[in-house]
Write a protein of this length. Structure first.
Length: 472
């Protein structure tokens, strides 16, 4: 009994340490991006950046998030998840520190890329760690993660200029101070290096295996559409406010309120999504809020009110994070889906600010940019309808062996592209055991497919004839 109690105490301590580590890591994932914007003019003047170089700097986050996010599952298989997150936080801190000490534009860009690489790896790793360490309680942990992400973004954007003023106008200090936050975030993960989790049999899943999978592409489309809207709002909404008579100070206040409203939304949405078998009503609710908010802003009246309405729709971001775990059963599948969805999604999102800028320049107004946003919202509704349905993605074990598993692209590209193969336990975020309505196209040497229960429920019996447990 004493040994059991000691083991439970140790497990609980590790869970608390992982939770603290996830929150601290989340605070750092956007500091490399959000801290630069408030002092970008001073950085450009000090380093002699051309307009082209400044454009590269603003595009760099999307490119790094896409490129480094795609290779994160492969890196985690080699290094281990805890070790890789330590490396990611070190990269973030070192990159932030170096770029705060240089006076050369090229070195500044290179150091920024290093810091952003750390953030990109963390973007993919943290949903995986939540799935692995908290399979029965993904909602609360996704809530903590998304709140930490939102708070880190807001505080680094809001505090950079005051820090610069306190440092006699030195932007180097204002940007370098955020490296200290990354150093603090490393501490719990250093303590967790001895508890590196064992990787399951689905370790062979790779983002490339998902190229013919409908669920993966729908996830990329949903993630990309909501990220595109967010990038456009943070990049171009200040100009919209200025064009409608707001002062620079008023614009900053409105944007701060917009970001602040997203924090309570992040508290509620993941937990709510986890309690729902089908998240499509939630997805369509956010789509409706987007439409109402954009339509209200187009009138040019009561802009602050419509801004507050629109800020509620930004709950689609924590929902997208939650869906990465809800649509998979294993941590390995979560890693693959997260890498694919986020990498492809960020590439889609990166085109948004460029297209809006082009339409604004060509038309001299906001009608065409808003028309583009309505098209993106429609795409979000279509992809969200598919992603929000009660289905999961998982590995296909080869010949019922216990060796490495893989996604079967040929099978997954069929009409029921995202049906799950497996006989293990279904985690809370992964859904319940599923039954086929028609003949099973998979050879009998493989486990039978499972899909959401319709008018009845059925589950395959595990060893000894017992029904598999459920973690609801």
């Amino acid at each position: 009994m004493a040994a059991i109690a000691a083991r439970r105490s140790r497990t609980g301590s590790i869970a608390w340490l992982v939770a603290v580590g996830i929150v601290l890591a989340a605070l750092n994932l956007r500091t490399a991006v959000s801290s630069v914007g408030p002092v970008l003019d001073q950085v450009r003047d000090s380093l002699g950046m051309s307009a082209v170089t400044a454009g590269v700097l603003t595009t760099l986050p999307v490119l790094c998030f896409a490129a480094f996010g795609a290779v994160t599952p492969a890196l985690s298989r080699r290094a281990g998840e805890h070790r890789l997150l330590v490396a990611a936080l070190v990269l973030t801190g070192v990159g932030l520190l170096i770029r705060s000490m240089v006076d050369d534009a090229a070195v500044f860009l290179l150091a920024s890329a290093v810091a952003l690489a750390g953030g990109a790896i963390g973007n993919v790793l943290i949903p995986t760690l939540i799935k692995r360490h908290f399979p029965a309680r993904p909602g609360p942990m996704t809530t903590l993660y998304s709140v930490g992400l939102a708070f880190g973004t807001m505080i680094s954007a809001a505090a950079t200029v005051p820090i610069q003023k306190a440092a006699d106008g030195d932007w180097h200090v204002a940007l370098g101070v955020w490296a200290a936050l990354a150093a603090v975030a490393v501490i719990p993960w250093l303590a967790l290096l001895r508890t590196e989790p064992e990787r399951g049999s689905a370790a062979g899943i790779r983002p490339g295996d998902l190229l013919r999978n409908r669920l993966a592409w729908a996830m990329a489309g949903y993630f990309g559409s909501q990220s595109l809207i967010a990038y456009v709002i943070f990049g171009w909404f200040p100009q919209f406010l200025l064009d409608h008579g707001f002062t620079g100070e008023q614009t900053g206040t409105v944007m701060a309120i917009f970001a602040a409203v997203g924090i309570p939304t992040s508290l509620v949405v993941p937990a709510l999504a986890t309690r729902m078998r089908d998240q499509r009503p939630l997805i369509l609710g956010f789509v409706a809020i987007y439409v109402i908010g954009f339509a209200g802003l187009m009138t040019g009246q009561a802009i602050v009110v419509w801004t507050l309405v629109l800020s509620l729709a930004m709950g689609s971001f924590p929902l997208a994070l939650a869906l990465l775990g809800l649509r998979t059963r294993t941590a390995e599948a979560t890693a693959a889906l997260s890498a694919f969805g986020q990498s492809a999604g960020y590439l889609i999102a990166g085109a948004g600010p460029l297209l809006v800028g082009l339409l604004y320049q060509v038309s001299g107004g906001w009608t065409l940019p808003f028309a583009l946003l309505f098209v993106v919202v429609a795409a979000q509704a279509v992809t969200g309808w598919y992603v929000g349905a009660d289905r999961v993605l998982d590995a296909v074990p080869d010949n019922d062996s216990h060796g490495p598993s893989r996604i079967d692209p040929g099978h997954l590209s069929q009409g029921r592209a995202d049906r799950v193969v497996g006989s293990g336990r279904a985690g809370a975020a992964g859904g319940r055991p599923r039954s086929d309505r028609g003949p099973d196209p998979v050879p009998p040497t493989r486990p039978r497919l499972a899909r959401p229960a319709g008018r009845h429920r059925s589950a395959r019996r595990g060893p000894g004839g017992r029904l598999p447990d459920r973690c609801d």
